[in-house]
Design a protein around this ligand. Structure first.
Ligand code: GLU
Length: 401
């Protein structure tokens, strides 16, 4: 075991999408390569948007991709006591304060700032209020460092610097007492001993805010690595317009998990001009050094090409078991006398997806056989055996009479 500790920290507000799965995979590969520890943390502090159904969907997708974790899943919703304690610590040390500004006032001020062409920021009305005994609703804000700059050395993007004037006093605890993402992510990453934080680059702007929280709470910083986003062919951020974005939709469409893993890893990482990687190859070869700085472009044809490759070269026994699932979904009655591995062998050169294979395989299980030429007769006989073919032909003839 090495000291490396990484994590995947999804918010359970929907299915596991392509981008999330790639983040999960990169973390997994690094953990396995370095014999470190892979942690799964469910970021469900937003109680209204988080659902158990999403948690289940994410766990199921990780399982399908073969991304096993060593610790967790931890749920942030079960760690509220710890977060409360840290909020109190910051309040006691004068590093956070109660803000009584109403939502309406804040909206008005934000709109006015935008009209003036200013960047909307909290105007610090409550920053220096004397502590008061007041039961009107409040949020708790972090007193950010306003002078100087916050800089970090991103493992993928190099040095990134933010002027502290860009960072206003963010809310760390909402009116209902629940803590916010930028606050709890720091506490958890620090308390869970993470050495690297690898995540999508949509979080780059959050990082300086988080660094200030690390400093305020006296935690050591992890190394940050922000992975470039994934775009569609039109160079716009990947969305449903570009096709299915849920990893598990691809399973339904007849994709193999090894094709998906191979595809995902190449969205941002490369190793010379190699294209085909098994999970074992990846564990050996993966490194953050070869993660590019530019966005990955989602290419469904390439994913299909990889799937075709893995179907063609897959173990017929295993694919046979999978094929049964797809046949059953199509309502095909599977009869024990037919060896699905043989069915796979007859079709794996001609199927791009398991759905396509199931469509082609259905006739093996039908009562009557229709031979379409000599070549087909040959492979049908190879799978079913001569006697079963004859019996079915007999059956067909009986039905026809
Ligand atoms: N929960 C965050 C998300 O799903 C990820 C946070 C992080 O990786 O720091 O976007």
């Amino acid at each position: 075991m090495s000291d490396l500790r990484v994590r995947f920290a999804p918010s359970p507000t929907g299915y596991l999408h392509i981008g999330g799965a790639r983040t999960a995979l990169f973390n997994y590969l690094l953990a396995r390569k370095e014999q470190g520890t892979y942690i799964l943390r469910i970021e469900d502090t937003d109680v209204e948007r988080s659902t158990q159904q999403s948690v289940d969907a994410i766990l199921q997708a990780m399982d399908w991709l073969g991304l096993s974790y060593d610790e967790g899943p931890f749920y942030q919703s079960e760690r509220f006591d710890l977060y409360k304690q840290k909020v109190q610590q910051l309040l006691d040390e004068g590093k956070a304060y109660k803000c009584y500004c109403s939502a309406e006032t804040l909206t008005q001020k934000r709109e006015a700032a935008m009209e003036r062409g200013d960047k909307p920021q909290y105007d610090e009305t409550c920053r220096d209020l004397e502590p008061r005994d007041d039961d009107s609703p409040y949020v708790i804000r972090f007193k950010s460092q306003r002078a100087g700059a916050t800089s970090f050395n991103d493992r993928i993007k190099g040095t990134i610097t933010f002027e502290n004037t860009e960072l206003d006093d963010m809310i760390i605890q909402r009116t209902d007492g629940t803590p916010t993402y930028n606050f709890v992510v720091v506490i958890d990453d620090a308390e869970m001993g993470l050495t690297q934080v690898i995540r999508g680059d949509d979080h780059v702007n959050n990082t300086p805010r988080q660094i200030q929280i690390y400093n305020a709470l006296g935690y050591a910083l992890p190394e940050f690595a922000h992975v470039p986003m994934i775009l569609g062919a039109d160079k716009k951020r990947l969305s449903k317009r570009h096709g299915a974005t849920s990893v598990m939709d691809y399973r339904v469409m007849g994709y193999l998990p090894e094709a998906m893993v191979n595809y995902l890893v190449r969205l941002g990482w490369s190793c010379g001009d190699e294209e085909i990687f098994s999970m074992d190859d990846l564990i050996e070869k993966f490194s953050l050094d070869n993660v590019g700085r530019s966005a990955g472009v989602f290419n469904p044809e390439k994913l299909l090409w990889l799937n075709e490759h893995y179907i063609k070269t897959g173990d017929p026994q295993r694919l046979g078991e999978l094929l049964k699932e797809y046949l059953e979904k199509d309502g095909v009655q599977i009869t024990a006398d037919i060896d699905c591995a043989e069915v796979v062998k007859s079709l794996q050169d001609r199927s791009k997806t398991m759905v396509e294979m199931a469509e082609k395989a259905a006739f093996y299980f039908s009562d009557s056989l229709v031979f379409d030429g000599k070549a087909q007769a040959k492979f049908i006989t190879a799978v079913l055996g001569r006697e079963r073919c004859l019996a079915r032909l007999d059956h067909a003839i009986t039905l026809a009479q």
